[in-house]
Design a protein around this ligand. Structure first.
Ligand SMILES: [Zn+2]
Ligand SMILES: [Zn+2]
Length: 141
């Protein structure tokens, strides 16, 4: 059976991570699931539509919590602006330096990567590569 990100139930994710299921957390995860890769600012603005009284500190705290529990992955394209995604599949990212769009890319074989670098001081267990460039949309005209 193939699970896709779309079929994921965010409540199950929270339960699996032994995190309390709160409406705020559900909403935060739904926003990220919908967007794919989202900044805290974006998540905050979306969550605020339903919870106008929520503070950015609360959103930040929850995201940090989810990140620490391994529910979210952090992608840091330009150090000051981190993007978050649901830690679902192991993939790498192509980040457009012009429009800041993040594209998921399939990772290549670990031994292929090992061959690309000089002397990796250990064994690769997980691949998390960020590839930077200018995307097709920005290259046109
Ligand atoms: Zn672009
Ligand atoms: Zn991704």
């Amino acid at each position: 059976m193939n699970t896709t990100l779309a079929s994921i139930n965010v409540k199950d994710i929270l339960k699996k991570a032994s995190l309390k299921v709160t409406p705020q957390r559900i909403l935060i995860l739904e926003v990220i699931k919908e967007k794919g890769h989202a900044t805290i600012e974006y998540i905050y603005n979306e969550v605020k539509k339903l919870y106008p009284s929520i503070s950015i500190a609360t959103v930040y705290k929850n995201i940090h919590n989810l990140y620490e529990k391994g529910v979210l992955r952090e992608i840091n394209p330009q150090k000051d602006k981190a993007f978050y995604e649901i830690a679902f599949s192991n993939h790498s990212h192509f980040i457009c330096t012009s429009c800041n769009t993040i594209y998921d890319i399939e990772p290549c074989e670990k031994d292929l990567v090992e061959g690309c670098f000089n002397k990796i001081p250990g064994t690769i267990e997980e691949l998390e590569l960020n590839v930077y460039g200018v995307c097709k949309n920005c290259k046109q005209d």
